[in-house]
Design a binder for this molecule. Structure first.
Ligand SMILES: C[S@@+](CC[C@H](N)C(=O)[O-])C[C@H]1O[C@@H](n2cnc3c(N)ncnc32)[C@H](O)[C@@H]1O
Length: 256
């Protein structure tokens, strides 16, 4: 088994030197008195509009989310923060939001990124929450109806497509091994990919077992993922959203 020297291993330089706990999209939620609200299970509604009275497009989208009564605050913040972290890295005209669930990340990109021509939302099944969200956003941002494409399918179906597509791939909390499938899909055609993994499956390869025993499964799996991307000449960065929103807050950004 290859022994990895923890003191000199270059992958450890990926770790943020200081953990940034700041929420960027709506700074009022940096006040600890709102911790319970971030964790709360109720869906945002008209009573929450007061938090989002600014003039920014993100405030407008948040107000529409409140009106749609479709998402919890945690879900809104996860999507907004993820979007803010990755938006400047999107250099192509197509985006695929994979295992999109409510689909808010893809919808924000369609609403606000003028250069983006198509956002494909992919999920096995689209929820009522997604449909409510789409309808209300589409009224305020009519141009998204020409940009949004919905595909009800499994990720594995996307591997059947044999034509190269330069889309930027996104996977926010795609459960379990789906994050790895999204990375594999990206590797296939050298797409840029940004995933924020969750519910880490224990699939550590033998050469990483030493690291797992020292650093734990979560960090080791992301190191394994990163090294496999780097072996294919990807430039990999680790970004993070505030851990006050979610502990599963690391974004693996891989640029070909
Ligand atoms: C935890 S949710 C994440 C939703 C969303 N990305 C978010 O930001 O909250 C995971 C989603 O992945 C979808 N999903 C799970 N397995 C899938 C698969 N094999 N192919 C496509 N979608 C899948 C589920 O239907 C669910 O909507």
């Amino acid at each position: 088994m290859e022994i990895i020297d923890l003191n000199t291993h270059p992958l450890l330089s990926l770790l943020p030197q200081t953990s940034n706990k700041k929420i960027l999209s709506f700074s009022c939620f940096n006040d600890e008195k709102f911790n319970h609200k971030i964790k709360a299970s109720h869906r945002l509604n008209e009573q929450d509009l007061g938090f989002f009275q600014g003039n920014s497009p993100l405030d407008l989208i948040a107000r529409l989310v409140c009106q749609s009564k479709s998402l919890r605050l945690k879900e809104l913040l996860e999507s907004m923060e993820f979007y803010l972290k990755i938006r400047k890295h999107i250099k192509v005209k197509q985006v695929k939001d994979l295992c999109c669930g409510h689909g808010l990340v893809g919808l924000i990109i369609a609403c606000l990124e003028k250069e983006i021509e198509e956002v494909e939302l992919v999920d096995i099944q689209f929820s009522q929450a997604h449909h409510r969200l789409y309808e209300i956003l589409q009224e305020a941002f009519p141009h998204i109806s020409t940009k949004i494409k919905r595909s009800s399918c499994r990720l594995s179906d996307l591997f059947k497509d044999t034509t190269a597509n330069p889309a930027f791939l996104i996977g926010v909390h795609a459960c379990g091994q789906q994050s790895d499938l999204i990375l594999d899909l990206g590797k296939r055609y050298k797409n840029a990919v940004a995933v924020m993994p969750c519910c880490y499956p224990p699939k550590i390869k033998e050469k990483y077992e030493f690291l797992r025993d020292v650093l734990g499964v979560v960090l080791t799996l992301d190191i394994q993922r990163t090294q496999e991307l780097q072996a294919l000449d990807y430039q990999v960065q680790w970004l993070e959203i505030s851990s006050r929103i979610t502990q599963m807050n690391r974004i693996i950004l891989a640029l070909p």
